[in-house]
Design a protein around this ligand. Structure first.
Ligand code: ADP
Ligand code: 5GP
Length: 240
């Protein structure tokens, strides 16, 4: 028997914003979340394992899956295919879990069209300078020496940030613990909204509920907080 409403969470962010870091912390803090493992044609990075971070596959096999209608959504990002199997959604439902999709802005738009009730969250880097530093650090850690990779991702970030307003929430990932706490609050508050008589709502204290509601409101994109607007402006100014 399911104790959760089966919420679909969509999380997008420009590459290097800290989305993987945030999502992995969220998973250790909140129960009942299932994480969709995407298919991709890119090569594994660092310590990635097939079937854990991604199902790594060939372009040919990916195109067969597109033709067979196996994807809920798919997109081409940085020259590689990425896609979410429709099966992920069915599995999460069967397990009585909420599902998290870590997908790019194109994929998010496709899913929101089919499932407008999905809860969409955009992770914002605080400034272009911070984003550049994080991308460079990660490249160095992974021994990627091609500097055009970082530049390409910065250019792409500007384009993706324009899509922020299509999302229900925006989290500025500046201080990590703060961003994690906001993400957790959004998930719990959405569970309360989806099932006011559900176990999450019934087990929460009045203080918990007030806290989650306040944090969620702070991250809402409509109306947006001054903090979120300021982060967006940092990118608009840096762009010219
Ligand atoms: P993404 O999944 O969005 O591409 P990662 O989670 O890989 O990004 O984060 C990119 C880099 O930034 C990593 O080296 C990570 O440790 C670091 N990072 C993430 N969040 C923060 C933060 N709030 N403050 C400082 N560094 C961070
Ligand atoms: P990375 O190669 O850094 O893991 O991911 C690159 C981008 O692809 C990220 O923005 C990530 O969210 C996105 N992505 C990962 N899986 C999927 C997917 O299944 N569908 C779509 N549309 N994008 C995905």
């Amino acid at each position: 028997e399911s104790t959760l409403a089966g919420i679909l969470f969509i999380i997008s962010a420009p590459s290097g914003s800290g989305k993987s870091t945030l999502v992995s912390q969220l998973r250790s803090l909140v129960d009942g979340l299932e994480f969709s493992i995407s298919y991709t044609t890119r090569a594994p990075r660092g310590s990635e394992e097939n079937g854990r971070e991604y199902h790594f596959t060939t372009r040919q096999r990916f195109e067969q899956m597109i033709a067979a209608g196996e994807f809920l959504e798919w997109a081409e990002v940085f020259g590689n295919y990425y896609g979410t199997a429709a099966q992920s959604l069915r599995d999460a439902k069967a397990h009585g879990k909420d599902l998290i999709l870590d997908i790019d802005v194109q994929g998010a738009a496709q899913v929101l069209k089919k499932m407008p009730e999905a809860v969409s969250i955009f992770i914002m880097p605080p400034t272009p300078e911070v984003l550049k530093t994080r991308l460079e650090n990660r490249s160095r850690a992974e021994r990627v020496t091609d500097t055009s990779v970082v530049q390409r991702r910065l250019d792409q970030a500007l384009h993706e940030i324009n899509c922020l307003w299509d999302y229900r929430y925006g989290i500025v990932n500046d201080v990590l613990d703060e961003a994690v706490s906001q993400l957790r609050s959004i998930v719990l508050w959405e569970r309360v909204q989806a099932e006011p008589q559900g176990s999450v709502a019934l087990q929460a204290s009045t203080d918990d509920l007030a806290h989650w509601e306040k944090m969620a409101a702070k991250c809402s994109t409509s109306p947006a907080s001054e903090r979120l607007l300021a982060a967006v402006r940092n990118f608009e100014n840096g762009a010219g």
